[in-house]
Structure formats: C-alpha cells, structure tokens
Design a protein around this ligand. Structure first.
Ligand SMILES: NC(=O)c1ccc[n+]([C@@H]2O[C@H](COP(=O)([O-])OP(=O)(O)OC[C@H]3O[C@@H](n4cnc5c(N)ncnc54)[C@H](OP(=O)(O)O)[C@@H]3O)[C@@H](O)[C@H]2O)c1
Length: 321
C-alpha cells in the first residue's frame, strides 16, 4: 500500500530519512480494526521519529503520522486516538507506563490503511470535515487536556500561550477563548501575532515581552526559549502546564521563583480516549473548528514537514488522501 515512512533514524537531517513509496498491507490482530485513512496531520512528533527520538532503532522502517481520520470497513467515519495502552490496562491510558503512540511501536497514519485497537476509533460527527477531524488526535487533544484536565484554570482567569501559530498553540488559543478564559499569546512575528488575534487571543505580545499583568496560567510547548519568561509571567500560586520543549528541554533553574511564589509545574501528554470524545463533542456544540494553515496531498508530506521545521506555520498542516 501507499505510505510515507521513516526509513531509518537521522538525527542531523531528518528529512533525508523520509520516503514516499510502498509498504506491505498490514495484518489486523484480533480486537483491532483497519481504517482507510482520509486525512492525517503533521506533528512535531513525526520530526522526532525521523530523528530517532522516542523510537527504538529496530522499529524502522516506520510509517509516520500520529493522528488522523478515516472509515471503518462498514463505512463508519472515525477519528483516531493515538495512545495505545498495553493489554489489560484500564483507566487513564496516558498513565500506562507501557503505552505507546502510533509511530512509536505500531505503524502510523500516513498511508492508505492504519490498524488500531477497535476502542481507538472514535465516531466522527458529520459536522466535522475530514481535514478538521484529522487535527484532533494529537495537537488538539493535547491542548484540551492541558487546559481542561491539567491546569485547574476557570473561565474568567488569564492564560498565556507561548507561541501563536503552532498546532498546539492555535488549539490552546481557540479552546481557551471558547471556554471563556482571557487569552494572551506570544508570537515571533507580526503575522503570527495577527493570526493569534484572529483566532481569539485578547492580547498578543512579542516573544519574551514584559506583560501588563501577571497571569494565572502559562501554557508551554516551546521550552528553553520561553521558559524564563513563562516563570516570570506567573502570579504567585500560578501554574505552568507544559507538553513540549521544541527549542530545548534544559530550561535553567528559576528554582527560587518556583518555591518563593509557590508556582506549580504540571506536565501533560496527549489525552485519554474519553477526553477525545469530549473534545469532539465540544467542537460539535461550540462551532469551534481547528485552524488549518496548509493542506497538501499526502504524497507531498515532505513539504509539510519542511514548513513545520522552518517554523512556517499558520495552524495545523494536514495531509489528505
Ligand atoms: N506531550 C504531548 O503529548 C505533545 C503533543 C503534541 C505536541 N507536543 C510537543 O509540543 C511542541 C509543539 O508541537 P506543535 O505540533 O504545536 O509544533 P508546531 O506546530 O511546529 O509549533 C511550534 C510552536 O513553537 C513556537 N516556537 C518554536 N520555537 C520557538 C522559539 N525559539 N521561540 C518562541 N517560540 C517558538 C512557535 O511559535 P510561533 O507561532 O511564534 O512561531 C509555534 O507556536 C513540540 O515540541 C511537540 O513535540 C507534545
């Protein structure tokens, strides 16, 4: 079948490991289902896979794509949950020490067909297009859990989103606005800050700019480049929720501020299948739709990855079949 895959790990030149070609038709174990892929989105996780981060060398070649939407053999339209819990695990799948994401152990969604446990295929409402549905399983689910499960923030409080145009950042801005939070965002250019405004940010700032007031919560996916600003932007007792470290994961201490101001640091990863269902329901009832900055045929996956690695984003990058 057609597939976009990583042939081997390449830490220095991830795109050199990318192949567009053919892979064997997948087997379907008991309790798993084949899904004909209609659309999938590009995530930074695909770049980590090409670099060999978070995946063992013997797992290559690996089909990329850790979210997507498509159809079951009976025609049911589904959104994919990418977190695969180990056999017998019950409860929050993200806390299973043996859980993997699609593309870490099992093949991903940049292909004609992906095979997932039956419970990982969640019904797609007709109100969401394939392209919109393809954005939900990774970036949007991560943003949903960060705000509504992990942060403890309430409507009316102020959240700062570090980054304006990325997949998770745009989801945070759109979801936060729809939920009644005051949304502030930082962006690295006028165009990125203008996008954040369009998506609902009440105020935007240049990266690292001093804010007019301290915020209740900061939402981090950038890491080293924004960490100090994140800590300094919080009110006493405030919370940083972090799900990524694109610019580096060695942020420096800021320990004194952490304990003197009684700040809370909370990690967050992906979300449960129940949270994915709730996210889909939220979009269905609220009318919020993922911001898509680029739509490409799946064959052109390299262009999407190149744009993401260059920071040339305006929301999600989606590949269609
Ligand atoms: N833990 C999880 O479950 C999970 C899930 C999804 C993503 N992630 C992680 O979250 C991170 C973001 O993912 P994504 O898919 O949203 O990536 P993306 O679409 O490429 O977005 C990158 C974002 O980071 C910002 N940024 C990058 N470098 C920066 C710098 N030097 N200074 C300031 N801002 C910078 C960009 O800000 P501008 O808008 O200003 O360009 C942009 O908003 C990645 O590291 C990814 O691995 C983790």
């Amino acid at each position: 079948m057609f597939a976009v895959y990583a042939a081997e790990p390449n830490a220095e030149d991830p795109l050199a490991a990318l192949r567009v070609g053919e892979r064997p038709e997948p087997d379907v174990p008991d309790g798993w289902v084949p899904v004909t892929v209609r659309a999938a989105s590009v995530n930074m996780h695909d770049a980590w896979t090409l670099r060999g981060v978070g995946i063992r060398p013997e797992q290559f070649p690996m089909i990329l794509g850790c979210d997507g939407a498509g159809t079951l053999p009976d025609g049911t339209e589904v959104v994919l949950h990418s977190v695969i819990a180990s056999h017998g695990w019950t409860g929050d799948e993200t806390l299973d020490p043996k859980r993997t994401l699609l593309t870490e152990k099992h093949q991903g969604t940049f292909a004609d067909t992906v095979v997932v446990p039956a419970g990982n295929a969640v019904p797609k409402p007709p109100s969401l297009s394939w392209v919109q549905a393809a954005c939900l399983g990774t970036a949007w689910l991560t943003a949903y859990r960060m705000i509504f499960v992990r942060s403890g923030l309430r409507p009316g409080q102020t959240m700062l989103v570090q980054g304006a145009s990325g997949g998770v950042a745009t989801a945070l801005i759109q979801l936060g606005r729809a939920a009644g939070l005051r949304v502030w965002a930082t962006g690295r250019s006028d165009a990125k800050r203008a996008l954040a405004h369009e998506l609902g940010a009440h105020q935007t700032f240049a990266s690292g700019e001093r804010l007019p007031d301290r915020v209740d919560g900061v939402f981090e996916t950038v890491g080293e480049a924004t960490w100090s600003h994140s800590v300094r932007s919080l009110r006493p007792g405030g919370v940083i929720v972090c799900s990524g470290a694109t610019s580096g994961a060695d942020p420096g201490a800021e320990l004194r501020r952490l304990f003197f101001l009684q700040l809370r640091f909370i990690g967050s990863t992906m979300g449960t299948v129940g949270e994915l269902r709730d996210l889909i329901s939220f979009l269905d009832v609220s009318g919020v739709r993922p911001q898509v900055g680029m739509e490409l045929p799946m064959e052109a996956a390299a262009r999407g990855l190149e744009a993401m690695l260059a920071g040339d984003t305006a929301g999600k990058i989606v590949l269609v079949r």
